[in-house]
Design a protein around this ligand. Structure first.
Ligand code: FES
Length: 242
């Protein structure tokens, strides 16, 4: 009798251990059946290019149909419209770019008053021999010296190769009697005084630079000769600077 009751107890324990696994398997099977039914009911309205079969693509992806937004016109008329829109936009962009560049260049170019000062004409017969005239050109003073024969001789007799900024007089003038230079000291930009200094030319009082009768630096801190601007003689009696 006691053996019978131990066998029953062991049988009951075995059943109790196996029951949860059986219940879990049943629940899993039911869930799979439900999912299958749902998949069968949900059909994609678009055949996905990512699935190998319609069922497979429909089971994982739903893409709406855009057919109602597609053009009803023929492909050729669609191309004509596209070309027209692209061409119009290109033309508009080109016109806008041209206007922008034109405005930019117009603003950057010199104004009328600046252009008027680009060249200055001087009547030479109004300057007597042995005299200096100072004119304003592009905001800077320009020295015009009507040199005498003695001054020309003195400028040519100087040993220019030994000067700080070696330059022969003939390289600084187009006509020996007319010396034209910017009146700006090459040291720090002061305006030198004419007919002054140790060499009978120009003297800069700011720091004591002496220039000779050809405008070459002879003494003092200035490193270079006075600059010669661009000029020409359109006639015997006139000079154009610039
Ligand atoms: S600026 Fe002329 S000597 Fe200094």
């Amino acid at each position: 009798m006691s053996q019978l009751s131990s066998a029953s107890t062991a049988l009951l324990r075995t059943c109790a251990r196996q029951q949860p696994a059986t219940v879990a398997r049943s629940a899993l099977a039911a869930a799979q059946q439900q999912r299958g039914a749902a998949n069968a009911g949900a059909k994609a309205s678009f055949e996905s290019p990512f699935g190998s079969t319609a069922e497979e693509s429909g089971a994982t992806l739903k893409i709406p149909s855009f057919k109602k937004y597609m053009s009803k016109s023929s492909p050729s008329s669609n191309k004509v419209f596209s070309y027209f829109v692209a061409g119009t936009m290109g033309l508009g962009s080109a016109i806008g770019a041209k206007a922008t560049v034109h405005d930019f260049l117009t603003n950057m170019s010199a104004s009328a008053d600046v252009l008027a000062q680009a060249k200055v004409e001087i009547a030479l017969d109004a300057i007597p021999e042995g005299k200096n005239v100072i004119i304003k050109w592009r905001g800077k003073p320009v020295f015009i010296r009507h040199r005498t024969a003695e001054e020309i001789q003195e400028a040519n007799d100087t040993d220019w190769k030994s000067l700080r900024d070696p330059q022969p007089d003939e390289d600084r003038v187009q006509k020996p009697e007319w010396l034209i230079m910017l009146g700006v000291c090459t040291h720090l930009g002061c305006v030198p005084i004419g007919e002054a200094g140790d060499f009978g030319g120009w003297f800069c009082p700011c720091h004591g630079s002496h220039y000779d009768i050809s405008g070459r630096i002879r003494k003092g801190p200035a490193p270079l000769n006075l600059e010669v601007p661009a000029y020409n003689f359109p006639s015997e009696e006139s000079l154009v600077i610039g």
